[in-house]
Design a protein around this ligand. Structure first.
Ligand SMILES: *Cc1c(COP(=O)(O)O)cnc(C)c1O
Length: 432
């Protein structure tokens, strides 16, 4: 498998280089040179295969021997060790629950697969790999859980003090072992700036082996293709074309779906479902891409004003607006509409959906008004992750998974620092 940069189609790097670097030096994004179609036989036998078997086959096909089969199988089996069940609401609406992993959000797929793959590429190094990540909330929990107890890798996660939810903070600060949380007296931008300075600091890069667990790493995108095949398998008895509605922020999830389609999965359309941060639906409508500062909403993991994977979407369609529009439609919704939908789904179907999934549901409903189809909504997080909002909106208590409930009793451990680079640097030099 070879990869190029969306900024330079002539660049060629190996999977190992792309995964360990995260991003090309030209600030583009890595893309596979070949996205081969799966053989017809794979689709014929889909129904009889387990999620893990499907994931292994897709991974082997896409990676084309970049990792020996036996090692790749082990990576997939260890990373994808939880379910992605499809829940039927009615004959035309299904919910794909992507929240059965350790941090209860779909980001577990990407984070776990990236962790196992990095550990594999790092396996013969004698010196520890130090991963630095800044988080505004959700990514940190998935990365912490994904790398927990990974041999040879230590993770330092910076988060802004008082600016992540109490539950998110617990997900970052209670694991221990190879995971260290740093509580920064500042904003998310301060955290990101500290990490960026560290990567540019020769004193650090000469003495430590640094890497990032960036959300744009190709190793996070690859496993997100797996569950589109799994969802298709579970929905197969249904009639008509199949459409996926994807609640989107940075558009990694939707881009993975486009890769699955390119590998031959017969998906009729993708629906880009957003909150008020609607730069991609606006692009699909007008052909003009106008990134801007993000607006805060109820579905805050989608509060992105300049989606990083948009460059990959353009690249897949040779930057041709009409080609993108043929495969992707977009709709955006307000917080009021989102809350209304959550209550509606609760009443009509007795199903509790989180605010992100509710945006996906609204978009599917809107699409179906003019396009009859079987629709699958990606439910990206467990509603229990947003228990305060969800119980307030629905007006009744909801079920909380035991893993979340137990977090409350665990002790928070974090290193507190000011948003000051020399302090962060000296902490790293002394402790890493
Ligand atoms: C990250 C996230 C999203 C957005 O996913 P992208 O791949 O960035 O579009 C949606 N919902 C939840 C719950 C998330 O954590």
């Amino acid at each position: 498998m070879q990869l190029y940069s969306t900024n330079n189609p002539n660049l060629r790097v190996s999977l190992r280089e792309a995964v360990m670097a995260g991003m090309p030096e030209d600030k583009g994004l890595f893309m596979p040179v070949d996205i081969p179609r799966l053989p017809e036989q794979f689709f014929q036998n889909l129904a009889s295969r387990s999620f893990q078997e499907i994931s292994i086959e897709v991974a082997q096909h896409l990676l084309q021997g970049a990792i020996p089969a036996r090692d790749l199988d082990a990576i997939v089996e260890r990373a994808i060790d939880f379910r992605a069940p499809l829940v039927r609401l009615d004959d035309s609406i299904y919910i794909l629950e992507l929240f059965h992993g350790p941090s209860l959000a779909f980001k577990d797929f990407g984070a776990r697969f990236m962790a196992k793959m990095m550990a594999y590429f790092n396996r013969n190094e004698s010196k520890e790999l130090l991963i630095l990540v800044a988080t505004s909330g959700d990514t940190g929990g998935a990365v912490a859980a994904g790398f927990f107890k990974t041999p040879g890798i230590r993770v330092v996660i910076l988060y802004p003090s008082g600016k992540v939810s109490p539950l998110q903070e617990k997900q970052l600060t209670t694991l221990g072992h190879n995971i260290t949380a740093i509580e920064v007296d500042g904003t998310f931008d301060d955290c990101q700036s500290l990490v960026k300075q560290a990567f540019l600091d020769r004193d650090l890069t000469s003495s430590l082996r640094l890497s990032s667990a960036n959300s744009i790493n190709i190793a996070r995108l690859i496993p997100q293709t797996f569950y589109y095949f799994e969802a298709y398998k579970q929905a197969m008895p249904s009639k008509g074309p199949i459409v996926f509605s994807v609640p989107s922020g940075n558009f990694g999830n939707l881009t993975a779906g486009l890769l699955a389609k390119k590998m031959g999965l017969p998906i009729a359309r993708f629906i880009a479902a957003t909150n008020a941060n609607d730069v991609v639906p606006a692009y699909i409508e007008t052909g003009v891409y106008a990134p801007r500062a993000s607006t805060r909403t109820l579905s805050n993991a989608m509060d992105v004003g300049a989606p990083s994977n948009f460059a990959r979407m353009l690249d897949l369609y040779c930057s041709t607006w009409n080609m993108i529009r043929a495969d992707v439609v977009g709709f955006s919704f307000s917080d009021e509409e989102t809350q209304e939908a959550m209550r509606d789904i609760d009443k009509t179907y007795n199903y509790v959906i989180d605010p992100h999934g509710a945006v996906g549901y609204l978009a599917l409903r809107k699409y179906q008004q003019e396009n009859p189809c079987t629709g699958i909504v990606l439910e990206t997080a467990h509603p229990g992750k947003f228990v305060e909002d969800v119980t307030r909106i629905l007006g009744h208590p909801i079920e909380i998974p035991s893993s979340l409930a137990e977090l409350g009793d665990k002790e928070k451990r974090a290193v507190s620092i000011k948003a000051n680079y020399p302090l962060f640097k000296s902490w790293l030099l002394q402790n890493a």
